[in-house]
Structures are given as structure tokens and as C-alpha cells.
Design a protein around this ligand. Sequence first.
Ligand code: SAH
Length: 343
Amino acid sequence: MKKRLIGLTIAECELYAEEIGEKKYRGRQLYKWIYAKKAASFAAMTDLAATVRDKLNETAELGHLQVAEIDGRSASGSVKYLFRLPDGRHIESVYIPDDSRKTLCISSQVGCALNCQFCATARLGLQRHLSVGEIVGQVLTIMQLGEEISNIVFMGMGEPFANYENVIRAAQLLSDDNGMAIGARRIVISTCGLVDKIIRYADEGHKFRLAISLNSPFQEQRVQLMPVSRKWDVDTLCEAVKYYAKKSRKVPTIEYVLIAGVNDSREHAAALKKIVRSMPCKVNLIPYNTTGALFARPSTQQIETFVRWLLPLKAGLSVRWSKGDDAAAACGQLAGKKQERME
Ligand code: SAH
């Protein structure tokens, strides 16, 4: 089988060059071609001698992902990409451009083990982790199709912190100045609240931004919605977020998916307010994208009322407005449909 080069670090590219009998610096050239110049093929790598390119063609491939489906540009301009991985499984990425930034929402796993009740990806169960190349490959492949990408959010399928090493390595490649050079502060890793990994992430001192999906301020309810709360309750999670904020001196984002009649009451707003006032953080309200029969998005009026209940806050507050039928709607939907068709 040919070696896939997307996903290799600069040191690994150097090693690979040596493995095929070339000088180390050829590996650095290769790295530049892959990540900085986004070459589509070995043929495009014009400063490599033809003999080197031949060797590469024989032994390796770049490893762009295969696009299975593109879910057209919606009214808001977002585009959903479905990729078919070499083992036949599917993942998706969502491109969300607006005036100031061009964000790509990427996946970290095929499916997910965490079983959040409202989440479409949860229904797939965990199938496997994505490799570093498959994570970075989502970005490079979409860039190859001509899209400009300025920001990355790990909010697609999967729990990034359950695939911790690969996600961190991928984020390091994405932000490497010699390569893709997406600023570390333009990369957000979103977690459902794996406390051990939040602590580790804080201790390792990474520069990427962190977002935590809280979704309910009440432990009894959060356990129902997000079974991970059985292992680490709301208080323990909040302590970890405070530890992260203090240690990193960065402001984490608390994500809160608003679901009609579930977590959009005045009591919820008051309890959420108390939590977010107790720590340095920003708040991101995400109106629910309806994915099944069980839950629904609150009315626009109810969302606005919830915001009023929350204010005033010292913390920054944003609402991620998107239409329910938007291509950006709930990650996991498209791959889920694909899976149903295959079964
Ligand atoms: N596992 C990670 C990242 C993937 S989910 C996490 O939990 O943070 C990214 C965000 O989308 C999370 O805040 C999650 O709560 C939210 N989400 C999941 N399903 C959704 C849906 N149907 N509508 C709106 N947001 C959803």
C-alpha cells in the first residue's frame, strides 16, 4: 500500500525522504509543497527532480480525501462536504463563510461514543478515530477545491478529546507557520467535557482555543442529556474549566444548545448565568438544529427572551443563528443518512 503523506510532520517528511534514498532537505521541500503550497499532485512539485517525483509516485500518495457528496450552498452560503474514507466509512465537514471569517467545521471521529441524546452523530455510535491525515485532509481537500479557509472548529462529528493525540497533532499541523499557518487562535477545539483531558490540555499549554458544551446548568438534567456528566458532574466540569482559564490565561467558550421546553426556561437562564459569572468565559448559544422527533428548536422569540434573561453578563455572548434546514445544520446528519442507505 502506498504511504499517505498528508498528516506527516516536517520531521516525518524528512525521515520519509531518507527512506526513499533522498536527502533530508527533500523532505522539507515535500512538506512545503503539501501544506504551504497545497500541491494537488507530485507532478506539481516543480523543484523536485523528475527522478524524485517518480519515486514518490511509486511509493506514496498525497492522501486527499475522496468527496462523496457536496450538499449545495445554502442561503447562508454554507456547504456540507461528505467524504468517503478508504475503509468505506463516511465523515463530514461544513464550510461556513461569513463576512469576516471563512470557517471550516471538521470531524475528529467516525461517529461518537458519548451518546448525547440530542446529537445526530451519537446515533452512529463510535466507529473509529480519525488519523491525523484524515483530520488535516478535510481541510486540505476543501482548500484544493478552491475554498479559502481562515478558521477551524472541531465541532463536526466526534469528540475531539476522545481522540486527543491525533487532534492535537492535527491542530499543530494546521497552525504550523512553515505549513498551513492557520493561527492557533483561529482554531477552536470543542469538548463535551472530558475533564481529565481538559486538565491535560491546560497543563500542556496549547494555544488553540477551547470550547465546552455545557447544555444544561443542572446536574440531574445534564446526565439525562449528556451521559458523560455521570462521570464528571457539572461542578467538577466547572472546576476544570476554571483551572484551564487560570492556567492558560485564555477565555474558554461555554456552548449551550437551546432546545425548546428542555433547557430554555427562566430557571435555566438564571442557573446558567450564575455559572458563567463564576468564571472567565464567553457564552455561545446554539439554537438546536432539529435532527429527530424528540427535540425541537425554540422559537426566535423564545431565544431572544432567553438572551434577555441572561443579560447583563460580563462575559461575551453570541447566538449562532442558522436556519434549521441550512447545510450547516447538525453535523452527523449527512453521514447518518449515508449509513442508513448503505445498511
Ligand atoms: N463532541 C464535541 C464537538 C462536536 S459537537 C462537543 O460536544 O463539544 C459541537 C457542538 O454542537 C456541541 O456544542 C454540541 O452540543 C452541539 N450540537 C450537537 N447536536 C446539535 C444539534 N442538533 N443542534 C445544535 N447543536 C448541536
